[in-house]
Design a protein around this ligand. Structure first.
Ligand SMILES: Cc1cc2nc3c(=O)[nH]c(=O)nc-3n(C[C@H](O)[C@H](O)[C@H](O)COP(=O)(O)OP(=O)(O)OC[C@H]3O[C@@H](n4cnc5c(N)ncnc54)[C@H](O)[C@@H]3O)c2cc1C
Length: 371
């Protein structure tokens, strides 16, 4: 006897920080959705996420934000410094915090809990997305399913030979935490040092006395070098500094993928950018929002949804990728020309109020470059 085929609207392959949220958003819109992930529930990601104002609203609407246990830390001001310009650049919004810092693992835990509660998630199941039949009929944990659309949220390691821009950047990000005796005052910092950018953000903590750092560099960095760097730059603002024991090292992969007509790509599977701007995941949230608005307008049977989605998300992804990569390139290759480009850009942002406001609203996800 032939097995029953369960008919679904969406299969989401990869239920990480983007896939699990995409599943919840589509489920909320009353689509029949199934998300699968090759890993189990307990993933130990030690990083924090700078969640911009738009992404915070999105998590709130899905019921995830209210469930996060550690107190999120708002970012009320961002200070950018480098070793070429005498004065810092200061960004702040008069109306609302620019973002909030939360632990990755808590967002993922709560998103996955909600997925499980709604019976839309299967853990511990890996799918070879390179061999999906044209009719999209698949057997998952002994059940047969047919899907209208397949969404890939498998992260930056999407194995594909169709990258139009695939640069395995030599940089690594070193991530850790430190306690300090003075209140961080909800200020985030980005310092462009000679060896790479160092970001310091308030970390979730009841007393505002803990911060996290992300230091990206091509050099093989030792722990004592990070301690010295942080003490040198933050003793004045943060007081006595004590680094926690572990430092985690993440490779930086910079890439953007081409249109794949049979899949919709979300999050890092679509594009993976340098973490210097803290925007990779926030762009993934915009991917989900764009997809949700398109499927209100088009039938799922229509393949044009895949193409319009790609067109809408490609340009913004390419702009962010070029911006973050160029920034690193300029600071890594200092010569009279690159020095001048940096100085002009820096002064432009410092003196032109309009440019500064657009920059702030864009970082907050409050305006769309393309829509
Ligand atoms: C150091 C660092 C700091 C960062 N900080 C920020 C920040 O502050 N703000 C921000 O916006 N972004 C930040 N980012 C970027 C952000 O972490 C990523 O954009 C985000 O995690 C991508 O989520 P994702 O769901 O696309 O991929 P992932 O979180 O990698 O999820 C992919 C999922 O797919 C599953 N999977 C893979 N293959 C299969 C398969 N074949 N079958 C089933 N499941 C599969 C995996 O198990 C995994 O759960 C940072 C990145 C780095 C490196």
């Amino acid at each position: 006897m032939k097995k029953k085929i369960h008919k679904y609207d969406f299969l989401i392959i990869g239920a990480g920080l983007i896939g699990s949220l995409a599943a919840l958003a589509l489920h909320k819109k009353k689509f029949k959705v199934l998300a699968i992930d090759k890993q189990s529930k307990n993933q130990q990601d030690k990083r924090t996420l700078a969640v911009n104002a738009n992404s915070k609203d999105f998590l709130t609407q899905l019921g995830v934000w209210g469930k996060i246990k550690s107190k999120p830390q708002s970012i009320n001001k961002i200070i950018i410094k480098d070793y070429l310009n005498p004065n810092p650049l200061i960004f702040e919004d008069k109306i609302e915090p620019m973002g909030n810092v939360v632990f990755n693992k808590e967002v993922l835990l709560e998103a996955k809990k909600l997925c499980s509660k709604n019976k839309i998630l299967i853990n511990n199941f890996s799918l070879d997305y390179n061999n999906i039949p044209k009719n999209k009929i698949l057997t998952i944990k002994e059940k047969r399913y047919q899907f209208k659309k397949i969404i890939l949220c498998v992260g930056k390691n999407l194995n594909s030979n169709t990258n139009i821009d695939s640069i395995k950047n030599q940089q690594f990000s070193y991530v850790g935490f430190f306690y300090h005796s003075k209140n961080h005052k909800n200020i985030a910092y980005e310092i462009f040092t000679k060896n790479g950018p160092l970001a310091v953000l308030p970390s979730p903590d009841q007393n505002n006395l803990m911060s996290t750092f992300i230091y990206s560099s091509k050099k093989d960095i030792k722990k004592h070098e990070i301690i010295d760097l942080i003490r040198k730059n933050f003793n004045l603002s943060h007081g006595k500094i004590n680094l926690t024991k572990d430092i985690f090292k993440y490779p930086i992969i910079v890439k953007i993928n081409k249109l794949k007509s049979n899949f919709i790509l979300l999050g890092d599977a679509f594009r993976s950018i340098h973490p210097v701007a803290g925007q990779g995941w926030n762009l993934g949230i915009k991917d989900i929002q764009t997809l949700c608005s398109l499927i209100d307008q088009f039938s799922l049977k229509d393949n044009i949804v895949n193409e319009i989605y790609f067109a809408r998300r490609f340009l913004e992804s390419a702009i962010y990728l070029s911006f973050t990569s160029s920034l690193n390139f300029l600071y890594e290759n200092i010569n009279p020309i690159t020095k001048n480009i940096i100085r002009i850009g820096y002064q432009g942002l410092s003196n032109l109020k309009i440019a500064k406001n657009i920059f702030i609203k864009q970082a907050m996800g409050r305006i769309n470059l393309i829509d």
